[in-house]
Ligand binder design. Structure first.
Ligand SMILES: Nc1nc2c(ncn2[C@@H]2O[C@H](COP(=O)(O)OP(=O)(O)O)[C@@H](O)[C@H]2O)c(=O)[nH]1
Ligand SMILES: [Mg+2]
Length: 195
């Protein structure tokens, strides 16, 4: 068993116990490296200021956090964006990662159009796994780092992600513009959690 599998297996024991006490809705953050997943989690759920996120080291493996947010207990999974971690999440750990998910946040760095095709491949795999293991789970694409896009180009950027990800085919998927520097991020998360 790999180090990562051990970690997750231990987590699962914990999760089962916690589930008995009805602890925690599971949220999963996925996306390529450096798209802002860990920053979003720290700003929204850990009250960090956006400015401190430039110091965040690359996420190693899969990190899991239990937090309370607006009276809801959450179990947040942050999958490191390096391809090896993504592959591990999609292959070996598929069932434990994708089971019992309330919401999947697929984070895209909107300023990096050149990465949209690669991101799309993981997005589609994520949807496939979610449909299999958590058919009730909701899916949100976060068109993130919107602060880097001039106001007049934002609509075009959203259309471009919608088109490349072929989101018209997925009526259940919502796309939200977000930035750690703007209210839009909190709005999107609250909407996702039904707050
Ligand atoms: N401009 C901008 N930068 C961001 C935003 N969110 C995160 N970042 C930066 O993107 C970099 C990577 O963030 P990180 O959270 O480590 O990405 P991860 O690899 O997806 O977990 C950091 O330097 C963050 O400060 C955002 O909304 N706007
Ligand atoms: Mg990270």
């Amino acid at each position: 068993m790999s180090y990562l599998e051990n970690e997750i297996a231990d987590d699962n024991v914990l999760i089962k116990d916690l589930d008995k006490r009805e602890f925690g809705s599971k949220l999963l953050f996925l996306g390529l490296a450096q798209t802002g997943k860990t920053s979003i989690i720290q700003v929204v759920f850990e009250n960090k200021s956006p400015e401190t996120t430039s110091e965040i080291p690359a996420t190693v493996g899969i990190s899991r956090k239990l937090v309370d947010f607006s009276d809801i207990s959450l179990n947040i999974y942050d999958v490191g964006g390096q391809i090896t971690y993504l592959e591990e999440a999609f292959v070996d750990l598929r069932e434990s990662i994708f089971s019992r998910i309330k919401a999947l946040f697929f984070v895209v760095d909107t300023s990096r159009q050149e990465d949209f095709e690669t991101a799309k491949m993981y997005f589609r795999r994520a949807i496939g796994n979610l449909n299999e293991y958590s058919p009730e789970g909701k899916i949100f694409v976060l068109a993130h780092k919107m602060d880097l896009i001039p106001a007049e180009e934002r609509e075009k950027a959203i259309s471009s992600i919608t088109e490349i990800f072929e989101l018209e085919d997925y009526s259940e998927v919502e796309i939200h513009e977000t930035s750690i520097y703007e209210e839009t991020l909190m709005d999107a998360v609250e909407k996702a959690l039904g707050i």
